[in-house]
Design a protein around this ligand. Structure first.
Ligand code: AMP
Length: 282
Protein backbone atom coordinates (compact mmCIF):
# COMPACT_ATOMS: atom_id res chain seq x y z
CA UNK A 1 0.00 0.00 0.00
CA UNK A 2 1.34 3.42 -0.93
CA UNK A 3 0.85 6.45 1.30
CA UNK A 4 0.94 10.01 -0.01
CA UNK A 5 0.95 13.14 2.09
CA UNK A 6 1.63 15.52 -0.76
CA UNK A 7 -0.99 16.72 -3.26
CA UNK A 8 1.54 16.81 -6.12
CA UNK A 9 2.62 13.21 -5.56
CA UNK A 10 -0.98 12.02 -5.36
CA UNK A 11 -1.90 13.94 -8.50
CA UNK A 12 1.11 12.62 -10.38
CA UNK A 13 0.37 9.04 -9.40
CA UNK A 14 -3.34 9.32 -10.29
CA UNK A 15 -2.50 10.78 -13.69
CA UNK A 16 -0.08 7.93 -14.34
CA UNK A 17 -2.70 5.33 -13.37
CA UNK A 18 -5.22 6.95 -15.73
CA UNK A 19 -2.74 6.80 -18.59
CA UNK A 20 -2.40 3.09 -17.90
CA UNK A 21 -6.16 2.82 -18.37
CA UNK A 22 -6.92 1.96 -14.73
CA UNK A 23 -10.32 2.49 -13.17
CA UNK A 24 -9.90 4.55 -10.00
CA UNK A 25 -12.16 4.55 -6.92
CA UNK A 26 -11.95 7.17 -4.19
CA UNK A 27 -13.37 6.79 -0.69
CA UNK A 28 -13.06 10.11 1.16
CA UNK A 29 -12.97 9.81 4.96
CA UNK A 30 -11.91 11.72 8.05
CA UNK A 31 -10.36 8.56 9.50
CA UNK A 32 -11.13 6.72 12.75
CA UNK A 33 -12.28 4.02 10.36
CA UNK A 34 -15.23 1.87 11.42
CA UNK A 35 -17.45 -0.66 9.69
CA UNK A 36 -19.39 2.12 7.95
CA UNK A 37 -16.22 3.26 6.20
CA UNK A 38 -15.20 -0.34 5.59
CA UNK A 39 -18.46 -1.04 3.77
CA UNK A 40 -17.61 1.75 1.30
CA UNK A 41 -14.05 0.48 0.95
CA UNK A 42 -15.18 -3.10 0.28
CA UNK A 43 -17.65 -2.08 -2.42
CA UNK A 44 -15.07 0.19 -4.04
CA UNK A 45 -12.51 -2.63 -3.93
CA UNK A 46 -14.85 -4.83 -5.95
CA UNK A 47 -15.74 -2.11 -8.47
CA UNK A 48 -12.34 -0.72 -9.45
CA UNK A 49 -8.73 -1.50 -10.35
CA UNK A 50 -7.16 1.02 -8.02
CA UNK A 51 -8.62 1.92 -4.65
CA UNK A 52 -7.65 5.20 -3.01
CA UNK A 53 -8.83 6.09 0.50
CA UNK A 54 -8.32 9.65 1.64
CA UNK A 55 -7.95 10.33 5.33
CA UNK A 56 -8.17 14.00 6.11
CA UNK A 57 -9.83 15.83 8.98
CA UNK A 58 -10.87 18.92 7.11
CA UNK A 59 -10.65 21.94 9.43
CA UNK A 60 -12.86 24.15 7.25
CA UNK A 61 -15.95 22.02 7.79
CA UNK A 62 -15.88 22.48 11.56
CA UNK A 63 -17.47 25.65 12.86
CA UNK A 64 -15.90 27.62 15.69
CA UNK A 65 -16.44 25.75 18.98
CA UNK A 66 -17.09 22.37 17.32
CA UNK A 67 -15.04 19.24 17.92
CA UNK A 68 -12.18 19.75 15.44
CA UNK A 69 -9.49 19.55 18.13
CA UNK A 70 -10.94 16.49 19.84
CA UNK A 71 -11.98 14.61 16.68
CA UNK A 72 -10.48 11.08 16.93
CA UNK A 73 -7.13 10.77 15.15
CA UNK A 74 -5.78 7.26 14.56
CA UNK A 75 -3.76 7.44 11.35
CA UNK A 76 -1.50 4.45 12.09
CA UNK A 77 -4.43 2.22 13.06
CA UNK A 78 -6.41 3.43 10.05
CA UNK A 79 -3.56 2.61 7.71
CA UNK A 80 -3.34 -0.91 9.11
CA UNK A 81 -7.10 -1.32 8.56
CA UNK A 82 -6.80 0.04 5.02
CA UNK A 83 -3.94 -2.34 4.25
CA UNK A 84 -6.07 -5.20 5.58
CA UNK A 85 -8.80 -4.24 3.09
CA UNK A 86 -6.28 -4.25 0.22
CA UNK A 87 -6.47 -0.51 -0.30
CA UNK A 88 -3.85 0.49 -2.89
CA UNK A 89 -3.24 4.07 -1.81
CA UNK A 90 -3.93 6.12 1.30
CA UNK A 91 -3.94 9.84 0.64
CA UNK A 92 -3.44 11.65 3.95
CA UNK A 93 -2.52 15.23 3.11
CA UNK A 94 -1.41 17.82 5.64
CA UNK A 95 -3.39 21.03 6.22
CA UNK A 96 -0.61 22.99 4.54
CA UNK A 97 -0.92 20.85 1.45
CA UNK A 98 -4.68 21.28 1.25
CA UNK A 99 -4.86 24.92 2.30
CA UNK A 100 -1.53 26.57 1.49
CA UNK A 101 -1.04 30.21 2.46
CA UNK A 102 -3.14 32.41 0.21
CA UNK A 103 -5.93 29.84 -0.30
CA UNK A 104 -9.23 31.71 -0.71
CA UNK A 105 -11.65 29.70 -2.88
CA UNK A 106 -14.75 28.03 -1.53
CA UNK A 107 -17.42 25.92 -3.20
CA UNK A 108 -21.02 26.66 -2.25
CA UNK A 109 -24.08 24.85 -3.62
CA UNK A 110 -26.48 27.47 -2.24
CA UNK A 111 -29.89 26.61 -0.72
CA UNK A 112 -29.21 22.89 -0.16
CA UNK A 113 -26.43 23.70 2.25
CA UNK A 114 -28.53 26.07 4.37
CA UNK A 115 -31.10 23.46 5.42
CA UNK A 116 -31.08 20.60 7.98
CA UNK A 117 -27.53 20.30 9.35
CA UNK A 118 -26.51 23.45 7.48
CA UNK A 119 -28.87 25.56 9.58
CA UNK A 120 -27.11 24.62 12.82
CA UNK A 121 -23.61 24.41 11.33
CA UNK A 122 -23.04 27.56 9.30
CA UNK A 123 -20.19 27.12 6.83
CA UNK A 124 -20.08 23.36 7.33
CA UNK A 125 -21.17 22.39 3.83
CA UNK A 126 -18.98 25.02 2.15
CA UNK A 127 -16.09 23.29 3.92
CA UNK A 128 -17.29 19.86 2.81
CA UNK A 129 -17.93 20.99 -0.78
CA UNK A 130 -14.56 22.67 -1.06
CA UNK A 131 -12.59 19.73 0.28
CA UNK A 132 -14.51 17.14 -1.77
CA UNK A 133 -14.07 19.24 -4.92
CA UNK A 134 -10.34 19.40 -4.20
CA UNK A 135 -10.13 15.64 -3.61
CA UNK A 136 -12.05 14.89 -6.81
CA UNK A 137 -9.78 17.26 -8.74
CA UNK A 138 -6.61 15.78 -7.27
CA UNK A 139 -7.54 12.14 -7.88
CA UNK A 140 -9.98 12.31 -10.82
CA UNK A 141 -11.63 9.05 -9.76
CA UNK A 142 -14.07 7.17 -11.96
CA UNK A 143 -16.16 6.42 -8.88
CA UNK A 144 -16.37 8.11 -5.47
CA UNK A 145 -18.15 6.45 -2.54
CA UNK A 146 -20.23 8.10 0.18
CA UNK A 147 -22.56 6.89 2.93
CA UNK A 148 -26.30 7.48 3.13
CA UNK A 149 -25.62 8.14 6.84
CA UNK A 150 -24.78 11.70 5.74
CA UNK A 151 -27.80 11.99 3.44
CA UNK A 152 -27.62 15.75 2.97
CA UNK A 153 -23.90 15.56 2.23
CA UNK A 154 -24.45 12.83 -0.39
CA UNK A 155 -27.13 14.92 -2.11
CA UNK A 156 -24.93 18.02 -2.07
CA UNK A 157 -21.96 16.17 -3.50
CA UNK A 158 -24.07 14.82 -6.36
CA UNK A 159 -25.14 18.40 -7.03
CA UNK A 160 -21.55 19.70 -7.17
CA UNK A 161 -20.56 16.95 -9.56
CA UNK A 162 -23.53 17.72 -11.79
CA UNK A 163 -23.21 21.51 -11.66
CA UNK A 164 -19.44 21.60 -12.12
CA UNK A 165 -19.39 18.93 -14.86
CA UNK A 166 -17.16 16.58 -12.93
CA UNK A 167 -16.77 13.10 -14.28
CA UNK A 168 -16.75 10.97 -11.13
CA UNK A 169 -19.78 8.76 -10.63
CA UNK A 170 -21.05 9.20 -7.07
CA UNK A 171 -22.05 5.96 -5.38
CA UNK A 172 -24.09 6.20 -2.17
CA UNK A 173 -24.23 3.14 0.08
CA UNK A 174 -26.58 2.19 2.96
CA UNK A 175 -26.16 3.13 6.62
CA UNK A 176 -24.24 0.57 8.67
CA UNK A 177 -25.56 0.17 12.23
CA UNK A 178 -24.49 -1.70 15.33
CA UNK A 179 -26.63 -4.62 16.47
CA UNK A 180 -28.92 -2.31 18.44
CA UNK A 181 -29.51 0.01 15.52
CA UNK A 182 -27.13 2.86 16.39
CA UNK A 183 -25.67 4.23 13.15
CA UNK A 184 -21.89 3.84 13.27
CA UNK A 185 -20.03 7.12 13.50
CA UNK A 186 -16.56 8.23 14.53
CA UNK A 187 -18.32 10.53 17.01
CA UNK A 188 -19.84 7.55 18.87
CA UNK A 189 -16.42 7.39 20.57
CA UNK A 190 -17.47 10.42 22.63
CA UNK A 191 -20.36 8.48 24.24
CA UNK A 192 -20.14 6.81 27.65
CA UNK A 193 -22.22 3.69 28.24
CA UNK A 194 -25.32 5.61 29.41
CA UNK A 195 -25.12 8.01 26.50
CA UNK A 196 -24.64 5.13 24.06
CA UNK A 197 -27.87 3.63 25.29
CA UNK A 198 -29.61 6.99 25.05
CA UNK A 199 -28.30 7.37 21.49
CA UNK A 200 -30.53 4.49 20.38
CA UNK A 201 -33.40 6.98 20.49
CA UNK A 202 -32.42 8.28 17.05
CA UNK A 203 -32.98 4.91 15.42
CA UNK A 204 -36.04 4.19 17.59
CA UNK A 205 -37.70 7.43 16.51
CA UNK A 206 -36.98 6.67 12.84
CA UNK A 207 -38.40 3.18 13.31
CA UNK A 208 -41.52 4.69 14.88
CA UNK A 209 -41.88 6.99 11.87
CA UNK A 210 -41.44 4.04 9.55
CA UNK A 211 -44.12 2.04 11.36
CA UNK A 212 -46.57 4.96 11.15
CA UNK A 213 -45.93 5.32 7.42
CA UNK A 214 -46.28 1.57 6.91
CA UNK A 215 -49.70 1.72 8.54
CA UNK A 216 -50.85 4.52 6.24
CA UNK A 217 -49.99 7.73 8.14
CA UNK A 218 -48.93 10.51 5.74
CA UNK A 219 -49.01 13.71 7.83
CA UNK A 220 -45.48 14.93 8.51
CA UNK A 221 -46.51 17.05 11.49
CA UNK A 222 -48.05 14.06 13.27
CA UNK A 223 -45.04 11.86 12.55
CA UNK A 224 -42.68 14.57 13.82
CA UNK A 225 -44.74 14.90 17.02
CA UNK A 226 -44.49 11.18 17.69
CA UNK A 227 -40.75 11.25 17.07
CA UNK A 228 -40.35 14.27 19.34
CA UNK A 229 -42.29 12.56 22.13
CA UNK A 230 -39.89 9.63 22.05
CA UNK A 231 -36.82 11.86 22.06
CA UNK A 232 -38.13 14.06 24.87
CA UNK A 233 -38.55 10.95 27.05
CA UNK A 234 -34.83 10.35 26.77
CA UNK A 235 -33.25 12.60 29.43
CA UNK A 236 -29.74 12.62 27.92
CA UNK A 237 -30.96 13.57 24.45
CA UNK A 238 -31.35 17.13 23.21
CA UNK A 239 -33.15 17.38 19.89
CA UNK A 240 -31.63 19.76 17.34
CA UNK A 241 -33.99 19.14 14.43
CA UNK A 242 -36.30 16.69 12.75
CA UNK A 243 -36.83 17.25 9.06
CA UNK A 244 -39.30 15.54 6.78
CA UNK A 245 -38.34 16.77 3.35
CA UNK A 246 -38.21 15.95 -0.33
CA UNK A 247 -34.92 14.19 -1.03
CA UNK A 248 -33.94 16.33 -3.96
CA UNK A 249 -34.41 19.95 -2.87
CA UNK A 250 -34.72 19.35 0.90
CA UNK A 251 -37.96 21.34 1.02
CA UNK A 252 -40.13 20.41 3.99
CA UNK A 253 -43.17 18.31 3.09
CA UNK A 254 -46.60 18.42 4.68
CA UNK A 255 -47.39 14.94 3.43
CA UNK A 256 -45.08 11.99 3.00
CA UNK A 257 -44.50 11.07 -0.61
CA UNK A 258 -42.15 8.88 -2.59
CA UNK A 259 -38.50 9.86 -2.00
CA UNK A 260 -39.09 11.59 1.33
CA UNK A 261 -36.13 11.95 3.67
CA UNK A 262 -36.76 11.79 7.40
CA UNK A 263 -33.63 13.12 9.07
CA UNK A 264 -32.72 14.23 12.55
CA UNK A 265 -29.84 15.57 14.63
CA UNK A 266 -29.64 15.01 18.36
CA UNK A 267 -27.01 16.13 20.86
CA UNK A 268 -26.09 13.47 23.41
CA UNK A 269 -23.34 14.44 25.81
CA UNK A 270 -20.47 15.75 23.69
CA UNK A 271 -21.69 14.00 20.56
CA UNK A 272 -23.86 15.58 17.89
CA UNK A 273 -25.44 12.58 16.21
CA UNK A 274 -27.38 12.36 12.96
CA UNK A 275 -29.44 9.62 11.38
CA UNK A 276 -32.08 9.29 8.70
CA UNK A 277 -34.56 7.09 6.92
CA UNK A 278 -35.35 7.44 3.24
CA UNK A 279 -38.91 6.59 2.21
CA UNK A 280 -38.10 5.33 -1.27
CA UNK A 281 -41.52 3.98 -2.16
CA UNK A 282 -45.02 4.09 -0.74
P1 AMP B 1 -16.52 10.55 7.81
O1 AMP B 1 -15.19 9.92 8.06
O2 AMP B 1 -17.42 10.58 9.00
O3 AMP B 1 -16.40 11.88 7.10
O4 AMP B 1 -17.25 9.58 6.78
C1 AMP B 1 -16.66 9.20 5.57
C2 AMP B 1 -17.70 8.52 4.72
O5 AMP B 1 -18.20 7.38 5.39
C3 AMP B 1 -18.91 9.43 4.43
O6 AMP B 1 -19.31 9.26 3.09
C4 AMP B 1 -19.94 8.91 5.39
O7 AMP B 1 -21.27 9.12 4.95
C5 AMP B 1 -19.60 7.42 5.42
N1 AMP B 1 -20.12 6.81 6.65
C6 AMP B 1 -19.92 7.23 7.92
N2 AMP B 1 -20.62 6.46 8.78
C7 AMP B 1 -21.29 5.56 8.04
C8 AMP B 1 -22.21 4.49 8.34
N3 AMP B 1 -22.56 4.21 9.59
N4 AMP B 1 -22.69 3.77 7.32
C9 AMP B 1 -22.35 4.05 6.05
N5 AMP B 1 -21.50 5.03 5.69
C10 AMP B 1 -20.97 5.78 6.67
Amino acid sequence: MQVFHSVKEMQHCARHLKLQGKNIALVPTMGALHKGHISLIRKARIDCDVLIVSIYINPTQFAHGEDYMSYPRHLEKDMAKAAGEKVDIVFAPTDKEMYPPGFTTSVDVGELSARLCGAARPGHFQGVCTVVTKLLNIVHPDFAYFGQKDAQQALIIKKIVQDLNMEAQIIVLPIIRDKNGLALSSRNKYLNKYERKAALVLYKSLQAARRLIDTGERKSEYIKEKMQELIQKEKLAKLEYISICRYNDLNELELIEKNTLIALAVQIGRARLIDNYLVENL
